[in-house]
Design a protein around this ligand. Structure first.
Ligand code: F6P
Length: 328
């Protein structure tokens, strides 16, 4: 923890965009302005720090953005920031403006960069979890997850109409490189027969046996929701496998892809983003440094950045049990 008083704050979004990031930027800017602190936006994640794309923001800079998807600051996954030379240049660019506190809205890769940077240059960093994947420990919510799941649910409901009209089996791939939360939540909410996620091993033989039994009793409409990062390799691979094993079934594969990342944030995402953004600035000002601001049991929880990096959330056994029972 740095003992230095924070007087100028920079805010950036990093990693994949997530709906609600703009609401978090707005909260960071307006809370800073409220405290009379100068606040600067950094464009394109850590790249903007290195390329000196840093500009002062004011209350009106964040007007009319709470409802917008994407991020007005733009975002990137910066390879240069993972090099010591890149971080040194970034530091010089902050120093010449007197910036001595940073808020990073992003995922665990972004926190890893922030952690390194704060150790090397004694600039306190606060992380705000912004990722549709919900793969960060220390918070019940990450900004963007709720919107992404609702987008997936809306899409899968539509796919079910076609599945039902044609008596088809659909394999729907949703996002989630290392985490199955979007698949789990959207799969349960749409009544999927099977949900394949990276956190648990899928018994493919048992799945085939169950689908064969359903075929016999003429239950031909089946939805299988697959996280892109599940061990079989994603929707296309699962679809090909099923086509081989169930030659009589009419099977289609649909990959939802990036539609899950965009769009206007849900009410929940706007609320958590506003709350986390406000608390991130409070943390910098009251000396709670190098933590991620999360929400657990509806209370603000601070997790040291290194802990937010390492641990992934565990999918509860209760959810896995519910999936099994309801999909029968
Ligand atoms: O981390 C969010 C995420 O959307 C993952 O679910 C997905 O694997 C990845 O980003 C896709 O990244 P990109 O937009 O760079 O292809």
């Amino acid at each position: 923890m740095s003992a230095k008083k924070v007087t100028k704050i920079a805010v950036l979004t990093s990693g994949g965009d997530a709906p609600g990031m703009n609401a978090a930027i707005r909260a960071v800017v307006r809370t800073s302005v409220h405290h009379g602190i100068d606040v600067f936006g950094v464009a394109r994640g850590y790249n903007g720090m290195i390329e000196d794309d840093i500009f002062q923001m004011y209350s009106k800079s964040v007007g009319n953005i709470i409802q917008r998807g994407g991020t007005i600051l733009k975002t990137a996954r910066s390879a240069a920031f993972f090099e010591p030379e890149g971080r040194k240049i970034a530091y010089e660019n902050l120093k010449k403006r007197g910036i001595n506190g940073i808020v990073v809205i992003g995922g665990d890769g972004s926190f890893k960069g922030a952690q390194k940077f704060s150790h090397e240059f004694d600039i306190p960093c606060i992380g705000i979890p912004g990722t549709i994947d919900k793969d960060i420990a220390g918070s019940d919510f990450t900004i963007g997850f709720d919107t992404a799941v609702n987008t997936a649910v809306e899409a899968i409901d539509k796919i079910r109409d076609t599945a039902d009209a044609h008596d088809r089996l659909f394999v729907v791939e949703v996002m989630g490189r290392d985490a199955g939360y979007i698949a789990l939540h959207s799969g349960i909410a749409t009544g999927a027969e099977n949900i394949l996620i990276p956190e648990s091993k899928t018994d493919m033989e048992a799945m085939i046996a169950s689908l064969t039994e359903k075929e016999k009793r003429k239950k031909l409409v089946n939805l299988i929701v697959v996280a892109e990062g599940e061990e079989f390799g994603g929707g296309t691979q699962v679809g090909n496998f099923l086509k081989e094993k169930l030659p009589n079934a009419d099977i289609r594969v649909c990959i939802l892809g990036h539609i899950q990342r965009g769009g206007s944030p849900s009410c929940l995402d706007r609320l958590i983003a506003s709350r986390m953004g406000y608390h991130a600035v409070e943390c910098l000002l009251n000396g709670t440094h190098n933590v991620m601001v999360g929400i657990v049991d509806n209370k603000i929880k601070y997790t040291p950045l290194d802990k937010a990096i390492k641990a992934k959330q565990k999918i509860s056994d209760e959810w896995l049990k519910i999936v099994k029972i309801l999909a029968s």
